[in-house]
Design a protein around this ligand. Structure first.
Ligand code: HEC
Ligand code: HEC
Ligand code: HEC
Ligand code: HEC
Ligand code: HEC
Ligand code: HEC
Ligand code: HEC
Ligand code: HEC
Length: 420
């Protein structure tokens, strides 16, 4: 055989082998045999190839981005297949799809089958039923769901639909309130919520969930300016400097201050930093109801405050943290006093029959609402999360201004009534 022909066939042969490797590497990965039953030890089972291979093969043409993101995920690395998530679980309807049966809609129930602990922690938090009830009231929940959630948040689920939302109408609720409050949506299959608000569908990473912008999808704006406050705090400024050097993908069970030397929202409210307990119950580490007009202490005040301080103490000394809390708590009690004065003016007008009983039909009611709902909250949130500008110019200054306006309006209402 001439040398050229031998050389040619060696080149072609090698190219084919390389191509086979490349193609194989681009298939969804294979991993831990203990998951999802999609495996035979070590080797991909027929059902795995059928489930992931076929979905991926076709969807690489149809929705390439989905497959690409899935391939980058921990799920792909650990061998969780498309069908492991997309199969119907109890209570869900199945639909025929290109030779497979897949669930019509996925909810937290699909994630729960492998992540029960996270689901149960989440279920106790205000991200679950209370978040939905804040807009729609208790009507969409079962008696059992209401009873369960009322144990953790008495009065916050068994309540009527929000009056302001009703006045604004259904399209405003659907594309406004619910886009954020569906974090606690009751699903047809009996589960609550969707885990993808913080993890996304196919990337499903802790990296994404640890980014402040992820929480900031909902936690922003004048009524809960947590993202803006964070970005002006020393923590936020350092995060922006160091984010590319931090290990945002670190395993939650082994997260250390070496991985993240600056806290993000997740670090303070959820992470198990340096051996602390990681939690999906974002309520656990809180001590006040800061979102309320008058902020009382929560029933688990002591524990909530102790658990949050433990996080601070992984990076700070005790004395500055105690001082920080003392000063923030002073802002809470002073803000409560300022809101109380305004509330009494409104109550006075109501008692004298100078306001209608309906909410949000008189200008002075909006001034009062802005006073506590924007400025009161902002001052309190700013004080607890390091936002001086929010305590002052978006907080206390506005509180003073709105109180002055409110007093003037109340005087005018009385004058008009008395025919002065
Ligand atoms: C032979 C091709 C093919 C195969 C195999 C396939 N799909 Fe699809 N799939 C499609 C097409 C086409 C669509 C529609 C895309 C569109 O509407 O633009 C689709 C849509 C979907 C949707 C969206 C459905 C909806 O209406 O909201 C999901 C979810 C889905 N596929 C999951 C899967 C899963 C999981 C598998 C494997 C178990 C799979 N697909 C296998 C072709 C395929
Ligand atoms: C970790 C779980 C999980 C895995 C693994 C997974 N998906 Fe999905 N996928 C979801 C969720 C959740 C949704 C949103 C479904 C919904 O709203 O009903 C979704 C939606 C989709 C959609 C609709 C996208 C759209 O925006 O219209 C397609 C198509 C899809 N998946 C295909 C796939 C394919 C193909 C694979 C494997 C390569 C896969 N999924 C793996 C959880 C997963
Ligand atoms: C079939 C089982 C299964 C299902 C269903 C499943 N997961 Fe997972 N998930 C896993 C496994 C296994 C891991 C890897 C855990 C480990 O290595 O400790 C994982 C890891 C994760 C991680 C950590 C990723 C990281 O960056 O470290 C997140 C977040 C996650 N899953 C979210 C979800 C969400 C959201 C859903 C539903 C849309 C879901 N999972 C559905 C099995 C599953
Ligand atoms: C899809 C929107 C959405 C995302 C994303 C979101 N949240 Fe929330 N969060 C809410 C809503 C709505 C509430 C208010 C629930 C209530 O009190 O009715 C809330 C409440 C909270 C509370 C107060 C809980 C309590 O007991 O008062 C904390 C703390 C919190 N979220 C932290 C986070 C963190 C940290 C992240 C990101 C890792 C995050 N949230 C992502 C919508 C969201
Ligand atoms: C941009 C996302 C977003 C939108 C839109 C939104 N909210 Fe919220 N809402 C939140 C977050 C985040 C909180 C938590 C604030 C906190 O704890 O400081 C919250 C808190 C609340 C609370 C106080 C907590 C409780 O359980 O009582 C009520 C009530 C509420 N929202 C009702 C509504 C209504 C009604 C609408 C629409 C008219 C709406 N929200 C629109 C994100 C949103
Ligand atoms: C409010 C945002 C948020 C929501 C909603 C959320 N997660 Fe997470 N999740 C996180 C954060 C943040 C982390 C990483 C915590 C840390 O920093 O260590 C995480 C970590 C995880 C992990 C990795 C845990 C581990 O120990 O390896 C899994 C699995 C997970 N989430 C599943 C879920 C499931 C299932 C749901 C729905 C019931 C859900 N998540 C809802 C924010 C969220
Ligand atoms: C350095 C730690 C830290 C960081 C970072 C942080 N928070 Fe907080 N957060 C706190 C503390 C402390 C409180 C007040 C706790 C209390 O009530 O005792 C709080 C309160 C809250 C509340 C108010 C709950 C209520 O009662 O109304 C929400 C919501 C919240 N944080 C969300 C976020 C979000 C979203 C981010 C990121 C954009 C964030 N936090 C960043 C420490 C932090
Ligand atoms: C993961 C580590 C970490 C955690 C957790 C943490 N911090 Fe910080 N904090 C820092 C770093 C780093 C700085 C910036 C220090 C510097 O200027 O170099 C900082 C700065 C601050 C500052 C500004 C100090 C100054 O003099 O400018 C305050 C106040 C603060 N932190 C309070 C808190 C509180 C309160 C908590 C808990 C609710 C907390 N921190 C949790 C790392 C952390």
């Amino acid at each position: 055989m001439p040398f050229k022909a031998v050389f040619g066939s060696v080149v072609i042969g090698s190219a084919l082998i390389v191509a086979a490797f490349v193609l194989n590497a681009r298939r969804p990965g294979i991993g831990n045999p203990s998951i999802g039953g999609a495996f035979l030890a070590g080797q991909p089972s027929a059902s795995f190839v059928r489930a992931t291979g076929k979905c991926a093969e076709c969807h690489r043409q149809e929705t390439a981005a989905v497959v690409h993101q899935y391939e980058m995920s921990v799920h792909a690395a650990k061998g969780v297949s498309c069908l492991d998530c997309h199969q119907a679980v109890e209570g869900q309807t199945e639909m025929a799809h290109s030779g497979f049966l897949i669930a019509g809609q996925l909810t937290a129930a699909n994630c729960k089958s492998c992540h029960t602990t996270e689901y149960e922690q989440y279920l106790r938090s205000r991200h679950a039923a209370p978040a939905w009830a804040a807009v729609s009231g208790s009507q969409d929940f079962t008696v059992e769901q209401i009873a369960f959630s009322e144990r953790f948040h008495p009065g916050w689920v068994d309540r009527p639909a929000n009056a302001l939302a009703l006045l604004e109408g259904q399209s405003a609720i659907t594309k406004g309130c619910i886009e954020c409050h569906d974090i606690g949506k009751p699903n047809l299959d009996g589960s609550i919520g969707s885990c993808t608000a913080c993890h996304a569908r196919h990337i499903a990473s802790v990296r994404l969930a640890r980014r402040p912008e992820t929480c900031g999808q909902c936690h922003m704006g004048p009524d809960h300016a947590q993202l803006e406050i964070y970005h002006e705090s020393k923590h936020g400024v350092l995060y922006n400097d160091l984010k590319y050097f931090m290990n945002l993908s670190a395993d939650p069970k082994q997260l250390t201050t070496r991985d993240m030397s600056v806290p993000t929202c997740a670090t303070c409210h959820m992470s198990g930093l340096d051996g602390l307990k990681v939690t999906h119950d974002t309520t656990e580490r809180l001590s006040y109801w800061l979102f309320a007009d008058i902020s009382d202490k929560r029933p688990a005040f002591e524990r909530g405050q102790a658990e949050m301080k433990e996080v601070c103490l992984k990076c700070h000394a005790q004395t500055p943290i105690d001082t920080f809390y003392r000063e923030a708590e002073q802002v809470v009690s002073d803000t409560n006093e300022k809101v109380r004065i305004a509330a009494e003016i409104i109550q006075g007008l109501r008692d004298e029959g100078l306001l209608t009983p309906e909410p949000f039909d008189e200008p002075i009611e909006f001034v009062y609402f802005d006073l506590w709902h924007y400025y009161g909250r902002t001052a309190k949130h700013g004080a607890f999360m390091g936002g001086a500008d929010f305590v002052q110019w978006h907080g206390n200054y506005e509180l003073l201004l709105k109180t002055t306006e409110l007093k003037k309006m109340a005087e005018e209402i009385r004058a008009k009534h008395e025919g002065r």
